[in-house]
Design a protein around this ligand. Structure first.
Ligand SMILES: NC(=O)c1ccc[n+]([C@@H]2O[C@H](COP(=O)([O-])OP(=O)(O)OC[C@H]3O[C@@H](n4cnc5c(N)ncnc54)[C@H](OP(=O)(O)O)[C@@H]3O)[C@@H](O)[C@H]2O)c1
Length: 324
């Protein structure tokens, strides 16, 4: 089969497109013929050796796929050959076939196009887990989302709205603000033109926000840490801007708010049943039109480097997928 290989931790240009043997079926797993693989910001961190975990080399990147089951391993009773599924593979998605533990494979209705199905996993599932299990967001609360036109930010806008929050999207351009508004945000702040702190103060009648979904890090995190309301939850999602911020804990004491870490990949391992229940809820919301996947661009497998560059160069609005 054809695949993208990371042979050394290096800039994404060094990824290679190669013919490799197909994975062999294993007990408790299914082999998926990949129709679409979602591209996520952490994929670039992983191949550059900047992620929390470092896989053994060489490896195939790509954590989420949608496709059709080609083979079923021993001991798997609830899945069958020919079924249309989404799979959370952690690695191996940028390929024509991938082996996935059966516990992390979910059959999907025929109506969901496979490119959109691939985009419904990491970005949406992270936002869902963060707002549901980590923030326990309640109807009527305010939710501020940074990087709100990016993959997981845009998903947080949609899911926050669905969970009854008033959503404030924070983006760097008017075009990105328009995308966030079109996806359900109640307000959008272009922080390159507007004063973020003053605008949020005025939108919240000086009360501050209840929940922040913070994807960017650095100065953006510092500003958000001064916008929190009483009993607020500042969700640490990621550091797309590259800088991991340090935090003066007195801020959390004075304003009585919590800083809450979110690591969706670990959640899927520690709480597999909750992960599956969340995914079923997401698929239901998708079928009801309550969440959608905005595919910004799709790329051929051989052009995976361009796909990753499109994401890391801050151009993406919604999701990018690879079509092997
Ligand atoms: N905790 C978890 O479990 C989890 C799961 C998935 C993703 N993440 C993390 O969440 C973050 C966002 O992921 P994503 O897939 O949504 O990424 P994305 O689609 O690339 O969006 C990231 C957004 O961050 C903003 N940004 C600010 N400075 C940037 C820079 N120097 N380079 C790139 N973007 C910059 C951009 O918005 P503006 O231009 O509007 O500022 C961009 O739209 C990443 O750090 C990722 O690792 C964490």
């Amino acid at each position: 089969m054809q695949a993208i290989l990371c042979k050394s931790f290096a800039p994404i240009d060094q990824l290679v497109f190669e013919e490799v043997p197909s994975p062999e079926i294993k007990k408790g797993h299914v082999l998926i013929e990949v129709s679409a693989a979602g591209v996520n910001f952490p994929d670039s961190l992983l191949v550059e050796g900047l992620y929390q975990m470092k896989p053994d080399l060489p490896f195939i990147p790509g954590s989420e796929v949608a496709g059709v089951i080609k083979e079923v391993g021993e001991g798997v009773a609830h899945l069958k050959i020919g079924q249309k599924v989404i799979g959370l593979c952690m690695l191996g998605g940028y390929a024509q076939e991938v082996l996935v533990p059966a516990t992390h494979v979910l059959p999907i209705p025929d109506q969901i196009p496979l490119d959109e199905a691939a985009g419904l996993v990491t970005a949406h599932a992270t936002a869902h887990h963060a707002l549901k299990q980590r923030a326990s967001i309640k109807k009527g609360e305010t939710l501020l989302v940074t990087g709100a036109a990016g993959g997981t930010g845009l998903a947080a806008v949609q899911i926050g709205k669905e969970m009854g929050a008033t959503v404030i999207a924070v983006c760097s351009t008017k075009e990105k603000c328009d995308v966030a508004l079109a996806n359900g945000a109640d307000h959008a702040i272009n922080y390159t033109e507007q004063d973020l702190k003053e605008t949020v103060k005025s939108l919240t009648n000086k009360k501050g926000v209840d929940v922040v979904y913070e994807c960017v890090g650095g100065d953006m995190f510092h500003t958000c840490s001064r916008l929190m309301g009483w009993n607020g939850r500042l969700l640490v999602i990621g550091f797309a801007g590259g800088e991991i911020p340090e935090f003066p804990v007195n801020l959390s004491l004075v304003k009585g708010y919590s800083v809450v870490g979110v690591f969706w990949g670990s959640f899927t391992q520690h709480q597999p049943q909750d992960f599956m229940d969340n995914m079923k809820e997401l698929v239901t919301w998708y079928m009801q039109g309550k969440v959608k996947v905005n595919i910004d661009k799709s790329f051929a497998l051989k052009d995976s480097v361009d796909a990753l560059k499109y994401v890391t160069s801050r151009q993406v609005k919604g999701k990018v997928v690879i079509l092997p």
